[in-house]
Ligand binder design. Structure first.
Ligand SMILES: Cc1cc2nc3c(=O)[nH]c(=O)nc-3n(C[C@H](O)[C@H](O)[C@H](O)COP(=O)(O)OP(=O)(O)OC[C@H]3O[C@@H](n4cnc5c(N)ncnc54)[C@H](O)[C@@H]3O)c2cc1C
Length: 382
């Protein structure tokens, strides 16, 4: 693995860092309080090429490798995890799936708009009754002539009230993962409703929704990949998606480090900056170590992807470590801030609230351990 960044990678990272410092970080606390990111940010993400990373230029994408993608997502994660999540889902889970599995017509209809930021995508796998065990999902798609009619409920869907297209996983055949098919469903279809979920612990600025599909009719041309191959689409998307969550976690942990170092060198107790107390330095050193270790795991996955090697287990490892590291980093940052870490005048409390979900979505920490354990032993313990 080459740890030296190319000129293009460095330029993309700098572009993202400047964008974060100017257009995201100054607003993140307000978006969190108001429970809504400014929607105009989507157009800006598109204009800067951040919604088209790794997608070929023929579809309007900004191309580039997966390390560049991770560098940008780290910066976005440093600015605001809610914004990073918009990109991880619309580009990472939806646009990349269309690019990989879609027909030319689907790419022309959706991919070009998604990468431009003219449309957003959401990824609708989880249901009220099925989270970790997604293969048991119950949303149904029934054939009616040349159409499919979809009915069911999806839960906790990121971008759910904002998206123009939903990548919906529905049961078209028998039980288990073989009976699932993926569909690209326009969210303005009759029978499709999205209800925003409020009261989240973190990621409050992000639109998370419950989706209800009540007899939603789509043509067969809306089917993504073959009938019965929906689970393959979902798992392929999540394998890379975990890398992007992990990259965002590195950024979040870095934001914790920056805030904690800044505060520790300013705040004085016992007649000197708290940074001069060894136990405070220990907190800072532990955060810094987590940032560096998580980043190396992320870069390793990106390198495997770019070289066409197997990356799924490395992606689970990176996601598991980086998400737990982000929670540890945020917890330690709050500790450095003392009581001031507990009020929203400072950002570290938000970091802690935002970090927790990283250990839950795109496969909980327990599920990542089971995936790693299965790869080690050949035995599925779930
Ligand atoms: C803010 C937010 C955004 C989200 N965005 C999306 C999205 O865009 N699209 C989407 O499809 N989903 C999304 N999700 C859903 C998310 O992926 C699920 O919440 C997650 O997969 C866990 O499912 P669950 O909540 O049903 O928990 P459950 O599966 O019920 O798990 C509950 C607990 O049991 C543990 N557990 C379950 N099975 C096992 C096992 N075999 N062994 C050991 N422990 C086990 C879990 O680790 C967890 O600790 C989002 C969730 C949140 C909170």
């Amino acid at each position: 693995m080459n740890l030296e960044l190319s000129g293009e990678q460095t330029a993309a990272r700098r572009l993202a860092a400047d964008f974060v410092d100017r257009e995201i970080a100054p607003h993140a606390a307000r978006w969190d309080r108001e429970e809504s990111v400014d929607r105009a940010i989507v157009g800006r993400l598109g204009a800067l090429g951040f919604l088209g990373l790794t997608i070929p230029e023929q579809y309007g994408g900004s191309a580039g490798d997966h390390l560049t993608y991770c560098l940008v997502l780290e910066e976005l994660g440093r600015g605001d995890s809610a914004v990073r999540g918009i990109v991880s889902v619309s580009l990472g889970l939806v646009a990349k799936s269309i690019h990989h599995f879609g027909t030319e017509e689907q790419k022309r209809t959706w991919l070009t708009r998604l990468v431009a930021g003219e449309a957003l995508g959401c990824f609708a796998l989880t249901e009220p009754g099925t989270g970790s065990d997604a293969a048991q999902l119950r949303t149904r798609a029934v054939r009616d002539g040349s159409d499919w009619v979809l009915s069911g409920t999806k839960m906790f869907i990121t971008n759910g009230t904002w998206a123009e297209v939903a990548l919906v996983f529905a049961r078209t055949g028998g039980e288990g993962h073989r009976g699932i098919t993926a569909f690209l469903v326009p969210t303005d279809s009759p029978g499709f409703t999205a209800r925003e979920i409020h009261g989240k612990l973190g990621l409050r600025g992000q639109a998370t929704a419950e989706l209800v599909l009540d007899g939603v009719r789509v043509p067969d041309s809306a089917r993504l990949h073959a009938e019965g191959k929906g689970f393959t689409v979902a798992m392929a998307a999540l394998a890379k998606g975990r890398m992007s969550v992990a990259a965002g976690c590195v950024g979040l942990a870095k934001a914790c480090l920056d805030a904690a170092v800044g505060y520790a060198t300013q705040r004085e107790q016992f007649g000197k900056p708290i940074a001069a107390h060894q136990l405070v330095q220990e907190l800072l050193a532990d955060i810094a170590l987590d940032v560096e270790a998580a980043r190396l795991l992320v870069w390793r996955v990106a390198d495997l992807v770019d070289r066409g090697e197997d990356f799924a287990v490395a992606s689970s490892q990176a996601k598991l470590f980086a998400s737990e590291a982000a929670v540890r980093a945020a917890d330690r940052a709050v500790q450095v801030f003392g009581g001031y870490g507990y009020i929203d005048e400072f950002p570290v409390g938000k970091y802690l609230r935002d970090a927790k979900v990283m250990t839950l979505y795109e496969g909980t920490s327990q599920i990542q351990k089971l995936l790693i354990g299965r790869a080690l032993t050949g035995v599925a313990a779930f």
